[in-house]
Design a protein around this ligand. Structure first.
Ligand SMILES: *Cc1c(COP(=O)(O)O)cnc(C)c1O
Length: 280
């Protein structure tokens, strides 16, 4: 599969004019930064592989994207998670539902220590060196599409894999904010992929600390405002913190911001319901 080049558009939010790279529009099924991170596993022959095994949350974007990858490659897909809530089991939706429809087998236990040799093992969230391949393609697209304009790249981080490799492959400043835990966690994640600290993205923070996966009224408010002012649906898990971070750190950016839309819209289905239940 050859990826189309995802478009870059101009947009404006709270009087900030910025560019946005729409990786959410990459493909109907295989999109966002997970498609970039898993692109290597799609193009490599990997003749000996019969299944892919991974672990993480039962609503994860990576889980869904791996189910698409496995389906495209004709591999089995086994996924390990701590717990699937009874609500989700009774009302399958979002990433969970569509991953099941793609043939995912999900287990509520730890990943077995010994896996058969014909297994491809993927770390939680797709944190692995092979992500470099697809993220280099993303970086090259950005270089071509910005045609020499110096921009400041911004994207919110989970494992930090996307931000790290973009910083490595771009002659531009990459800014990010940790969504899963704090700076120290994010730097540790960077260190698993890259030794040279000079290649790390710049980490920015919000005044308030947020816990990953929790719902906050200010997240829902900024997400709604973003949609109203830009016409774009952003992800509800990472992007609200990303935009709060941009608004609170505006003086840091010396150039027009290029925001990376990393997909994740399937995951919005269940999160949006949680927000609506809580905030109406
Ligand atoms: C996975 C994901 C992220 C985090 O990507 P990392 O490479 O783990 O930092 C951010 N946004 C969306 C929508 C994602 O699906």
């Amino acid at each position: 599969m050859n990826f189309p080049i995802s478009p870059i558009f101009e947009a404006s939010f709270e009087n900030i004019d910025f560019l946005i790279k729409r990786d959410d529009l990459l493909d109907k099924d295989f999109s966002g930064n997970k498609a970039r991170k898993f692109a290597w596993f799609l193009k490599e022959p990997l003749f000996d592989i019969k299944r892919v095994v991974s672990y993480g949350s039962s609503q994860s974007n990576a889980m869904y994207s791996l189910s698409v990858l496995a389906k495209m490659r004709g591999w089995e897909f086994e996924y390990y998670t701590d717990h699937v809530s009874s609500y989700l089991k009774e009302n399958p939706q979002g990433n969970y539902l569509f991953a099941l429809q793609n043939g995912m087998k999900i287990y509520e236990k730890k990943v077995p220590i010994l896996l058969p040799e014909d297994t491809l093992f993927i770390h939680e969230g797709g944190r692995q060196k092979e992500a470099a391949y697809g993220l280099k393609i993303l970086a090259n697209e950005i270089i071509k599409q910005t045609r020499g304009e110096i921009v400041d790249i911004f994207l919110p981080s989970g494992t930090g894999t996307t931000a790290l490799f973009l910083q490595k492959y771009l002659p531009l400043n990459v800014y990010t904010t940790p969504c899963v835990a704090d700076d120290e966690y994010l730097k540790k994640q960077f260190a698993t992929l890259e030794r040279d600290k000079n290649e790390y993205p710049t980490i920015l923070n919000t005044k308030k600390r947020y816990h990953f996966g929790k719902v906050y009224s200010e997240f829902f408010k900024i997400w709604i405002k973003l949609k109203e002012q830009t016409g774009i649906e952003f992800d509800l898990l990472y992007d609200p913190k990303g935009w709060i971070c941009i608004l609170e750190n505006q003086e840091v950016f010396k150039n027009r911001i290029l925001y990376i839309h990393q997909g994740g819209l399937l995951g919005n289905v269940s999160l949006k319901k949680r927000y609506e239940r809580k905030y109406g």
